[in-house]
Design a protein around this ligand. Structure first.
Ligand code: ATP
Length: 460
């Protein structure tokens, strides 16, 4: 099967997973809206993350903090000074580019193995000048000097648009956790180690968004900040790397499409002692899915210095006072949803030569769990009763149009794990046929046993 982004984007649009944002106004570049199936899929991903990382984890608690924060937060965290990408503009067509990406791509095309991380803007500018690097948009070679471009979105708070009222949309959810470290610890009386997780929107004015929902300027993150004793940090770093990888595998992401990539010293962000990315093999190439970073005591110490609040921890067992270290697994909801979509996509040739498109979602992820299909519209009055009972527990669809074969294909295409078919015999024998998506095997069971039959089918 050839999995292409074109096919995945088309299916997403046609079946209601993901639409282009503001489409009837010619769209707004790189914004996307989740349709009826997309929102179910996304909610399932968030719910399953929350269950595994917060609810079932004895160490961790949840939080939900504001997108708008005091601007001093972003001075303390280093984002005002350092959260930027090197940018260059094409003087000819005005297209804007990431300087490091231009060089990396050119190097790759010319089989040059060279590190771009750690190069200064002057070095990047010179490298672009001295090599035959051209604008991917117009083919000309006329670039402005490389400059830092800060990725934080600015807006104004209140009625005036004075620079003193300038605030930022958060570029990560993590800082909302750090500034509440003391609040949460005091309120929950937690001892180290413990973690605080949250799910929420973040905003980055990316220089080059793209690849569908992979890189957008508005996206959702699921972040855990796990606090521990200094010296135990590398142990926990290894622990959370495995934990995250296992979560992906438990949801049937194919092992051959996942790899762990350690950051080199040059590549590490200003706050990090060690970082590993879990990467996924998208149809457009390997891309970061999940960043797991050892942020040390950087953030808490920065906030102590800037806020003058004491954010250290008193260890009652050793009578020692110290600033905890922090391990951060951070994953983008939209990115991991895209990975699940790409991974699930399959085209299968059947015995009769027909090809069926099927999304092989893990049942826990599937947006529609069960489709109820009366063989004939005449059976609607019975079948609809079954549907009404099942929607109390699961997201279900009811479909009575078209041939039964066509209806199965429609459900395959959106990844519905089970179809329940009500036929003419069902009226007499009170039994229905259940068809399973992947094997296409059918079993016949009494209507009265449906609830039991499905009770453990959608668990992780
Ligand atoms: P990249 O190198 O791809 O820009 P990053 O290293 O800046 O990502 P982090 O700051 O580690 O990303 O953010 C944690 C996670 O948030 C990423 O692994 C990714 O899943 C998600 N993420 C970051 N930026 C975006 C974006 N622009 N669009 C969608 N998801 C994003």
């Amino acid at each position: 099967v050839e999995k292409t982004m074109e096919k995945i984007v088309a299916l997403s649009k046609n079946r209601g997973f993901i639409f282009q944002g503001s489409e009837i106004y010619d769209g707004l570049a790189n914004t996307w809206d989740y349709g009826p199936l997309g929102v179910e899929l996304k909610n399932n991903v968030k719910r399953l993350w929350w269950k595994k990382f917060i609810q079932e984890n004895p160490y961790n608690v949840g939080l939900d903090t504001a997108i708008l924060m005091n601007p001093r937060v972003w001075v303390a965290s280093g984002h005002v000074e350092k959260f930027s990408d090197p940018k260059t503009d094409c003087r000819h067509c005005k297209a804007r580019h990431r300087a490091d990406k231009l060089i990396e791509e050119w190097n790759r095309a010319h089989s040059i193995d060279m590190k771009v991380d750690g190069m200064s803007n002057e070095e990047l500018t010179r490298y672009i000048e001295e090599h035959d690097i051209r604008c991917p948009n117009c083919g000309k070679k006329d670039f402005t000097p490389v400059k830092n471009f800060n990725l934080m979105f600015k807006t104004y708070m209140g009625v005036t648009e004075d620079s003193k009222d300038e605030i930022y949309l958060r570029p990560e959810t993590a800082q909302g956790i750090f500034v509440n470290f003391k609040n949460v610890q005091r309120a929950t009386r937690r001892k180290l180690p413990f973690g605080i997780g949250q799910i929420g929107k973040s905003f980055r004015n990316e220089v080059t968004p793209g690849n569908f929902t992979f890189r957008t300027r508005e996206f959702e993150q699921m972040e855990l900040e796990f606090f521990c004793e200094p010296g135990k940090d590398m142990e926990w770093f290894e622990y959370w790397k495995e934990f995250c990888r296992n979560w992906l595998l438990s949801l049937n992401l194919r092992e051959e499409n996942i790899r762990m990539r350690d950051h080199s010293k040059e590549e590490l962000s200003h706050y990090s002692k060690a970082t590993t990315d879990i990467e996924y093999k998208f149809p457009f190439g390997w891309g970061e899915l999940w960043g797991i970073a050892n942020r040390t005591d950087y953030d808490l110490k920065q906030h102590m210095e800037h806020s003058k609040e004491d954010l250290s921890y008193f260890d009652p067992t050793t009578n020692e006072k110290y600033v905890p270290y922090c391990i951060e697994p951070s994953v983008g909801v939209d990115r991991v949803v895209l990975a699940f979509l790409c991974d699930a996509y399959d085209e299968e040739e059947l015995e009769d030569g027909d090809v069926r498109t099927v999304l092989r979602f893990h049942p826990a992820l599937a947006p529609v769990k069960i489709a109820v299909l009366p063989l004939s519209k005449k059976l609607g009055e019975y079948a609809f009763e079954i549907y009404k009972e099942l929607i109390k527990y699961y997201n279900c669809e009811y479909d009575d149009t078209g041939s039964i074969g066509k209806r199965y294909r429609r459900q395959d295409e959106i990844g519905t794990p089970y179809c329940v078919t009500f036929d003419f015999d069902s009226v007499e024998d009170k039994q229905v046929t259940i068809r399973e998506r992947d094997s296409m095997k059918q079993v016949r069971i009494p209507v009265a046993e449906l609830k039991d039959y499905f009770s453990d089918k959608f668990d992780l």
